[in-house]
Write a protein that binds this ligand. Structure first.
Ligand code: HEC
Ligand code: HEC
Length: 440
């Protein structure tokens, strides 16, 4: 009781202090959090360490972090030496690319997600078709529109660079003799969707043992990339300082969020119902929803590329995950019988998942425009306006969930909510995690 009253007093005081600070104008109304709003806030901060990744034995090994960092910035891993992971996941753009849809060797159908705090996710890709960060990393290496390489060439890249090879072998043991042209062709990968492709045919020519060895190297490269990415953490946003202020009864910390942002927080957990899906310290339920965002209007002549076909989202993601040779229960996993197995076992596909996408984290969101799986919205205000009016929302059939309703917020409320989202920007990651070549 006494504590509760202390809070109202404190927050009112803080608003007054804050309001007077801005060029002498005082705020006309006070903001005070009720017990529920306070309880929820305390659960949304701080961001704890990422959950462990038991299917990857080197997930937190400093040597794997270092190798992963080198590989992340290495354009030599792409088919023509022009594209690295960092081409699309650029450290100066919060590990995104700032484009509506990604462009590597070709134009892709989806928007590049930021990798900040990525290790907190449960599923990877917008449709969750990978169940671990290491399995995720294998796809862009071989995807023709991204880096367009193949697992034998990727392994040979490491094999022929003494520095990379030494780092790799210190961690994982000796590489196979990739110099032997009788054993390993220039380029080979399994490509079941294109069985006539020469790389698929070359793959079938490899001995079973060499196919297994190539897969093993490929997976170890993925595991090193995971170890690097697990370090891409950005917390300590104004919101976190504000919550620390609630916890420590510290007025200076409470002042980290403006009164408008505090009002935005109240809308976020109240009337605007954002918390239905964006909850917990990473502001996501780690699941998939159909938010009825209209597909991107294609501005590419000829209509090819992004937005020209409806995207089945999670529905196809689950089908692809079930076919993947690189899951938590596969022979490449370092813990085949743990939580990862349960996660997969409880996975059920359903019609309602058609067109649903992963709930993104909202941490650092003001640095990751444009928004949504195809970069449909240019600004945070556009996103909030969409939730507010649902104008242009796609029609959904009776299978789809119907959580979203127009919120009918005033312009001022929309402003407040945007201001709150801007208070979720964390500290930038250390330069020590940047491009190792430019750092020298
Ligand atoms: C051509 C641009 C491009 C390149 C190169 C690229 N990515 Fe991505 N990345 C994307 C796009 C686009 C997505 C989302 C694709 C989807 O969901 O279907 C993505 C998704 C991801 C995700 C999932 C994030 C999440 O929240 O689910 C991770 C992790 C990731 N990439 C890491 C990497 C790594 C590691 C590399 C290098 C091996 C890499 N990316 C190379 C564009 C790129
Ligand atoms: C029904 C669950 C749900 C609710 C409720 C919800 N969101 Fe989302 N949100 C999502 C999903 C799913 C996406 C990704 C959709 C896509 O890409 O098509 C998303 C995307 C976003 C994005 C874009 C992030 C990015 O990196 O692209 C922002 C910003 C956002 N939501 C803010 C909000 C706010 C503010 C509210 C409350 C007004 C809200 N959300 C309510 C599920 C939800």
């Amino acid at each position: 009781m006494i504590k509760g009253r202390w809070w109202t007093v404190c927050l009112t005081l803080f608003v007054l202090v804050n309001g007077l600070g801005v060029g002498g104008q005082s705020e006309s109304h006070s903001v005070s959090l009720d017990a529920r709003q306070r309880r929820i806030a305390l659960r949304m901060s701080p961001l704890p360490p990422a959950p462990p990744s038991p299917t990857n034995a080197v997930a937190d090994d400093p040597r794997a972090q270092q190798l992963g960092r080198e590989l992340f910035f290495d354009r030599g891993l792409s088919a023509n030496g022009t594209v690295a992971c960092s081409t699309c996941h650029d450290p100066s753009k919060a590990f995104g690319d700032g484009r509506p849809v990604a462009e590597g060797l070709g134009l892709m159908d989806r928007h590049t997600p930021s990798l900040l705090n990525v290790a907190h996710h449960r599923w990877f890709f917008w449709d969750g078709r990978a169940d671990s960060l290491w399995a995720q990393a294998l796809e862009p290496l071989e995807e023709p529109k991204e880096m367009g390489s193949n697992r034998v060439a990727v392994a040979r890249h490491v094999y022929t660079r003494p520095r990379l090879r030494a780092q790799y072998e210190a961690l994982f043991g000796p590489l196979p003799n990739l110099d032997d042209p009788k054993r390993f062709p220039t380029a080979a990968r399994p490509w079941p969707e294109s069985p006539q492709h020469e790389q698929h045919r070359a793959w079938l020519q490899l001995s079973e043992a060499d196919r297994a060895a190539s897969n093993r190297v490929f997976v170890n490269i993925g595991k090193s990339l995971e170890a690097y990415q697990r370090q891409l953490v950005s917390a300590d946003a104004p919101f976190d300082r504000f919550v620390a202020g609630l916890r420590d009864h510290d007025l200076t910390k409470l002042a980290a969020m403006s009164p408008a942002a505090v009002r935005g927080y109240q809308l976020f957990v109240g009337k605007a119902q954002c918390r239905t899906c964006h909850f917990g310290p990473n502001f996501t339920d780690r699941e998939f929803h159909n938010t009825r965002v209209p597909p991107r209007k294609t501005d590419v002549a000829g209509g090819e590329g992004a937005g020209s076909r409806p995207d089945p989202g999670r529905h196809r993601g689950i089908r692809r995950l079930k076919r993947s040779p690189f899951t938590a229960t596969s022979e490449y996993s370092d813990e085949r019988d743990g939580a990862g197995r349960q996660k997969l076992a409880t996975l059920v596909n359903a019609a309602r998942l058609w067109g649903s996408f992963k709930t993104p984290s909202l941490r650092n969101v003001s640095r990751t425009a444009p928004y949504m799986h195809q970069g449909q919205f240019r600004t945070l205000r556009d996103v909030v306006e969409f939730y507010n009016t649902l104008e242009g929302a796609t029609a959904v059939d009776h299978h789809a969930e119907t959580v979203l309703v127009p919120l009918r917020m005033s312009d001022a409320e929309v402003d407040d909510l945007v201001e709150f989202l801007q208070a979720l920007d964390g500290a930038p990651v250390s330069d020590l995690l940047g491009d190792p070549n430019s750092a020298k």
